[in-house]
Design a protein around this ligand. Structure first.
Ligand code: GTP
Ligand code: MG
Length: 201
C-alpha cells in the first residue's frame, strides 16, 4: 500500500459531527502522548499533517484524514490524561465511547501502547472494555527506537504475558517507531488487506 495523497478532512468535537460513514476508516487510540498523531504522520510521510506535542493532551477532538481520496485515518483524543478538568475528561470519554461503539465504518481500531513501559492498568482496562463491546482491535507498540532490541523484546514479552492471563488469544500486534519509520509497511499492508471490509458486501 502506498499513500499517494493524505489531506486533513475534518475535526469533530461531537460524535454526530463526524463525516458521513461512507468510507472505510482505521483509527488510532491510546494514552495521551503515546504517539498517535506521530504515527499517522509517519504513515502518510507528512510531519505536518496531524499536530503532535511533547505535552500530553494535544488531540482533544476526532480528526479525520482522507487517504488516497478513498478511506480515512482517524486521530482520536488520548485517554488517561489527568491534567484537565473533570468536564473535559468526561467529554473526551463520551466522544471516545460513542465513536468506538457506534462508528459503522470503523474497520479496525489500533490501540497504541508505549513499548518502553510495563502494561499500564488503564490500557488493560480499555482493551478489556473493547473486548466486552466486541470491538475488533490491533495493538501497536510505539517508540521502539527508544529501546535496545533486547529491552524491546523483554518489555513486549512481559506485556504479552500479562495479556495472556486475561485472553486466550492475543490481538494482532505491530512494532513501530515514528522517529525511524519502523513498522510502516506492516501497518499499511494490514490496512490494505482490510480495506474491503467496509462497506460490508
Ligand atoms: P495526544 O494527542 O496528546 O493524546 O498525544 P499523541 O498520542 O498524539 O502523541 P504525539 O504523536 O503528539 O507524540 C507525543 C510525543 O512523543 C511527541 O514529543 C513525539 O515527538 C514523541 N514521539 C511520538 N512517536 C515517537 C517515536 O516513535 N519515537 C520517539 N522517540 N518519539 C516519539
Ligand atoms: Mg495527538
Amino acid at each position: 500500500m502506498i499513500i499517494r495523497k493524505a489531506t486533513f478532512h475534518k475535526s469533530s468535537g461531537h460524535f454526530k459531527d463526524c463525516p458521513k460513514p461512507i468510507l472505510a476508516e482505521f483509527a488510532f487510540i491510546g494514552r495521551s502522548n503515546v504517539g498517535k498523531s506521530s504515527l499517522i504522520n509517519m504513515l502518510c510521510n507528512n510531519n505536518k499533517l496531524a499536530l503532535t506535542s511533547r505535552s500530553p493532551g494535544k488531540t482533544k477532538i476526532i480528526n479525520h484524514f482522507l487517504i488516497n481520496e478513498k478511506w480515512y485515518l482517524v486521530d482520536l483524543p488520548g485517554y488517561g490524561y489527568a491534567k484537565t478538568s473533570k468536564t473535559n475528561r468526561e467529554g473526551f470519554a463520551t466522544l471516545i465511547i460513542d465513536y468506538v461503539t457506534k462508528r459503522d465504518s470503523l474497520v479496525c481500531l489500533f490501540v497504541l501502547i508505549d513499548s518502553r513501559l510495563p502494561l499500564q492498568q488503564i490500557d488493560l482496562e480499555f482493551m478489556t472494555w473493547l473486548g466486552e463491546k466486541n470491538v475488533p482491535f490491533s495493538i501497536v507498540y510505539t517508540k521502539a527506537d527508544k529501546n535496545t532490541k533486547t529491552e524491546l523484546a523483554r518489555n513486549i514479552s512481559a506485556i504479552e504475558t500479562e495479556l495472556g492471563k486475561v485472553w486466550d488469544e492475543l490481538p494482532n500486534t505491530f512494532i513501530t517507531s515514528s522517529e525511524k519509520a519502523i513498522g510502516k509497511n506492516d501497518v499499511l499492508d494490514f490496512i490494505e488487506a482490510h480495506l474491503s471490509a467496509f462497506p460490508k458486501k
